[in-house]
Design a protein around this ligand. Structure first.
Ligand code: ATP
Length: 469
């Protein structure tokens, strides 16, 4: 078993500290409470915990200052903020890019415990490579020929500082390969910093990459080092590079050419030595053709290309990957490791896996929690995976695709998702029902389970071309 995870709690309210200390009194957690943020900061700098839980409003150093200070030294330390909603925006802005969770007050103790456990798992997954023995963070499973090709590339590139562009669908392991490239490079003892372009609001991107000076914009209360500076001597992994806005592309190109840049609002240039590994699931050539990605930047990044195959193109790896993820999930949840029956393993091997390795990993985590016995049967699989054979579209597929859409939309900063999704959802059902009834609306309403009047009303707003006037 791994050591107990250390959690630091900061709140000036004694009652909250008391409740949390009891809620988190678990064998796998070790809690330290602080009434004042300055004391907590001293402790954190002396010995960083796995997770920090902090209130925002406190006398003296407040939660925002505390996060800013912690972030300078431990940019990836997961922070859980306990606060009323009104303070959330400033909290997010001050910890932008770091792992961040939000626990609205008043909270439920089970919810707090679940959130802390998730943050611990996250912290352990992302522990800085420098602190973890080599090989452990980037173990890549792959015996399929397509993966052997990837390993050969990692080997060939191991002594180099060259820029690499990794291509592959979401969840195929691009970040993992980037980590492996870093760990097997001469830069291994320096930081590996990962940044996902799709997850950062556009207006914060430049400050995230290049840092800012105090007073550069509203909210810039202190000077901040950007990811480029943090990665000095090491590797900067730019995920979803296709989502980088044009202005930032221009700036990045200049940095790559000159090796120096200015912090936002700064007048002194900063010199860095950073290796770039970029990744995308998009077709960058097409983005260049469409004028959405700078051609010169594309050529700078596209020096060596590594392609990660979809999981469905390396099915032979599925059993080993599944065993590995089941063992990992058991360790993480401190429970026994589930074992797949031959039938379940064969079934998993035939599925289409649109979410690739990440979907398989999540499925294994799900099974570890949900399967009733130690042996996993086909019937234990989540319902949407039970029936599905490769290439066949089952009624459950849309849920996975839909979940994926919601994930991406949120990661890209969309809000009001229901307003976006519900009309499309209804439109698709109406169109399909009408197709089945040859356009007869009364019957279509029945198929949908609506009254005729409801359908008429919906058609007017959603599909005016089909509405009666
Ligand atoms: N070959 C592999 N062996 C073991 N674990 C893997 C492998 N490939 C991927 N994983 C795991 O699967 C998950 C998804 O991988 P990763 O985050 O690297 O994918 P990605 O292609 O960067 O995804 P995205 O484009 O969505 O960010 C991670 O938890 C990673 O550790």
């Amino acid at each position: 078993m791994t050591d107990a995870a250390r959690i630091v709690i900061v709140d000036d309210d004694r009652a909250i500290r008391w409740v949390l200390e009891r809620a988190l009194a678990q064998p796998d957690l070790q809690v330290e409470c602080f009434e004042r943020a300055d004391r907590a900061l001293e402790r954190i700098l002396e010995r960083p915990p796995e997770v920090l839980l902090t209130d925002i409003r406190m006398p003296g150093l407040d939660g925002l200052d505390l996060m800013a200070r912690v972030r300078e030294t431990y940019p990836d330390l997961p922070v859980i903020v306990m606060t009323a909603h009104s303070d959330l925006d400033s909290a997010v802005a001050s910890y932008q890019g770091g792992a961040f969770e939000y626990l609205p007050k008043p909270f439920d103790v089970d919810e707090a415990l679940a959130l802390v456990r998730r943050a611990v798992a996250h912290a352990r997954e992302r522990q800085s490579p420098a602190a973890v023995p080599e090989g452990l963070t980037a173990e890549i499973i792959g015996e399929a020929p397509a993966m052997q090709e990837v390993f050969r590339a990692i080997g060939r590139l191991s002594q180099s500082h060259i820029t690499v562009l990794i291509n592959g669908e979401s969840g195929t392991g691009k970040e993992r390969v980037a980590q492996a490239l870093h760990q097997h490079s001469p830069r291994a003892s320096h930081p590996f910093i990962a940044l996902n372009m799709a997850a950062i609001p556009k207006d914060l991107m430049e400050s995230e990459l290049f840092g800012h000076e105090k007073g550069a914009f509203t909210g810039a209360t202190a000077q901040r080092r950007g990811r480029f500076e943090q990665a000095d001597g090491g590797t900067l992994f730019l995920d979803e590079i296709g989502d980088m806005p044009p202005d930032t592309q221009t700036r990045l190109l200049r940095v790559l050419a000159d090796g120096e840049f200015y912090r936002v609002g700064g007048h002194t240039s900063v010199k860095v030595d950073v290796r770039i590994i970029a990744a995308t699931h998009q077709n960058l050539e097409r983005l260049v053709e469409d004028g959405r990605f700078r051609e010169d930047l594309f050529h700078r990044l596209n020096v060596i290309r590594v392609h990660l195959p979809r999981l469905a193109e390396r099915r032979e790896d599925i059993p080993r990957l599944a065993r590995h993820f089941l063992a990992e999930a058991a360790k993480e949840l401190d429970t026994e490791t589930k074992v797949l029956t031959k039938e379940a393993e064969e079934h998993l091997t035939r599925l289409p896996w649109p979410g690739n390795v990440r979907q398989l990993e999540n499925t294994c985590r799900w099974l570890t929690v949900m399967a009733s016995g130690r042996e996993v049967l086909v019937d234990d699989l989540p319902p949407e995976l039970r029936q599905r054979e490769a290439g066949e579209v089952s009624p459950g597929d849309w849920r996975a695709a839909f979940r994926d859409w919601a994930d991406r939309a949120l990661a890209a900063g969309h809000t009001h998702l229901l307003e976006e999704a519900v009309p499309d959802f209804e439109k698709i059902l109406i169109e399909t029902a009408l197709k089945h009834t040859g356009g007869r609306k009364g019957e279509a309403a029945e198929l949908l389970g609506w009254g005729r009047n409801t359908l008429t009303r919906k058609l007017k707003t959603l599909l005016p071309a089909l509405a009666d006037d």
